[in-house]
Design a protein around this ligand. Sequence first.
Ligand SMILES: *[C@@H]1O[C@H](CO)[C@@H](O)[C@H](O)[C@H]1NC(C)=O
Ligand SMILES: *[C@@H]1O[C@H](CO)[C@@H](O)[C@H](O)[C@H]1NC(C)=O
Ligand SMILES: *[C@@H]1O[C@H](CO)[C@@H](O)[C@H](O)[C@H]1NC(C)=O
Ligand SMILES: *[C@@H]1O[C@H](CO)[C@@H](O)[C@H](O)[C@H]1NC(C)=O
Ligand SMILES: *[C@@H]1O[C@H](CO)[C@@H](O)[C@H](O)[C@H]1NC(C)=O
Ligand SMILES: *[C@@H]1O[C@H](CO)[C@@H](O)[C@H](O)[C@H]1NC(C)=O
Ligand SMILES: *[C@@H]1O[C@H](CO)[C@@H](O)[C@H](O)[C@H]1NC(C)=O
Length: 466
Amino acid sequence: MFKYILLLLQILTIVKSQLTPTVRTLHDTVLIDKKLYIFGGFHAPAPNSTIESEYNLNPDDRFFYLDVSKPFDTSSLPWTPIPNNEKDLPLNFLSSIITGGVSASIGGVNNDTIYFINNERDKTLPPVLTFSTKDNLWHSIFQQSILGDRPIGRNQIRPITDYNGKIHLLTGFSFVTLQGVTRNQGGIIVFDTINFSCVVKDADISRLEYSATLLPNGIIVYMGGKTSDGRADTDNFRIVYLYNTTDNTWKPQPTTGDIPAGDHGTSSVLGLDGFRIIVFGGLNSGNKLLYVLDTRTFNWYEPNVSGKNPTIKRFDHSANVIGKYMVIAFGSGSDLDFSYRSNSESDVLLLDIGNSSNYVWTNYFDPNAVIPPQTTSLPTDSNSTQYNDNSNNNKKNNNNNINPGVIVGVVIGVIGIICIISLSIFYYVRRRKTGKGIYEKAIPTPSNSENIIPIPSDLELTYGRK
Ligand SMILES: *[C@@H]1O[C@H](CO)[C@@H](O)[C@H](O)[C@H]1NC(C)=O
Ligand SMILES: *[C@@H]1O[C@H](CO)[C@@H](O)[C@H](O)[C@H]1NC(C)=O
Ligand SMILES: *[C@@H]1O[C@H](CO)[C@@H](O)[C@H](O)[C@H]1NC(C)=O
Ligand SMILES: *[C@@H]1O[C@H](CO)[C@@H](O)[C@H](O)[C@H]1NC(C)=O
Ligand SMILES: *[C@@H]1O[C@H](CO)[C@@H](O)[C@H](O)[C@H]1NC(C)=O
Ligand SMILES: *[C@@H]1O[C@H](CO)[C@@H](O)[C@H](O)[C@H]1NC(C)=O
Ligand SMILES: *[C@@H]1O[C@H](CO)[C@@H](O)[C@H](O)[C@H]1NC(C)=O
């Protein structure tokens, strides 16, 4: 009886997830409302127009989503087609892979729209297309509706939407702006999805297939990547670049610790604590599978990981944080090696990042999994002290680099002192009151503070001892 129910359930699952997408690299992913949308990508070493038109025969393989509203096992992924996709997906209006593809990112007033930024090569295409996840409808945005420059996307760009609905597109190729200005050093293109304005700004770096992570303070951390002629930078993790999305300023940030060697095609996500950047995969076989950058100290370390490691290291995959998981989708080994499938490995890898002292590779996704409380204490290794010293030395010329841990410490310290002082006053006043009965309506006045002096000096002692 039980067996039959299981079988029935299995059949139902198969019927429901009719989609078996092909493998791919350099696709776009956008998470909206428990749906991980996946667009594009390719798996042929040299895609040409014949190959792409074959891809395009199957719109449900070009654009679909992973349903992350329910639990699933990665051996049976809940890939789901988009309603009316066969009819509505405007493949002819989206830049082809051969010209460099598109960049897709979230945006709009309600955070429920995907913005597809075309590349600039085919001037007849609208620069931007939108897909509303509310009603599954597509719209074209033509240049006439955009104030300022032409937005440019590519599948090798990692678009980041900031907290104000602006998409930041760091380029690694030369291009010509609408005003006819050639930009050989690339730049960063900022498209505002709320009011459709677009500006091009200078950037400190010019790269493709890099990783980009938005921090809660509005800084995007850029790392890794290669130049447009395919040259890998050997030093692109030792110095990461901090880009302020508010004023478009850049700052090179040296790092310490177990620094990954130069690479591209890695992914990076922000840990659940809001300050650890978790980096996965890449092409450089000398590098480890996973690294973590602590953005409070800019120290790299190799995280503790348990569970079954992926059978091959993937690059040009995607990674999103969903619940307590880092969800990695598709990608390949070097030379478009998709052998993970023949190793019975899923297209989707799940890393449980709930506990930062022990990440776990898992096959089971639970959307309702409780996110454990996150540790925010600074690392206790020898380098954290060194960092604190550095940050003190740099404070003068580096105001935006104050260690949040120090701020928390100072705040807690100040609150502690206030508590101790208030308690002392309270008890002092009470003792005086019960003892002599002269403080009936007494409210501590500045004159009382003289009596509290011993307490701060105790604290001074503690500081001195440290
Ligand atoms: C595209 O590549 C495929 C496989 O390499 C080849 O068979 C086909 O003729 C090519 N088409 C064009 C238009 O070059
Ligand atoms: C959109 O999402 C961003 C980032 O999560 C958030 O800061 C912003 O408030 C959201 N906007 C709306 C309208 O929900
Ligand atoms: C769009 O909004 C940005 C701020 O988000 C502002 O700087 C810009 O001037 C606005 N542009 C238009 C055309 O309203
Ligand atoms: C501490 O920093 C030094 C260089 O600044 C580095 O060589 C070493 O690996 C770091 N140690 C740890 C535990 O991160
Ligand atoms: C996180 O993992 C460490 C090491 O395995 C363990 O000691 C700790 O209790 C875990 N923390 C939580 C909140 O589960
Ligand atoms: C790794 O786990 C050990 C033992 O649980 C713990 O002491 C250590 O701090 C962990 N390391 C990291 C980098 O989380
Ligand atoms: C980003 O720039 C804005 C405007 O200059 C500034 O107020 C803010 O402090 C900067 N953010 C950080 C984290 O430095």
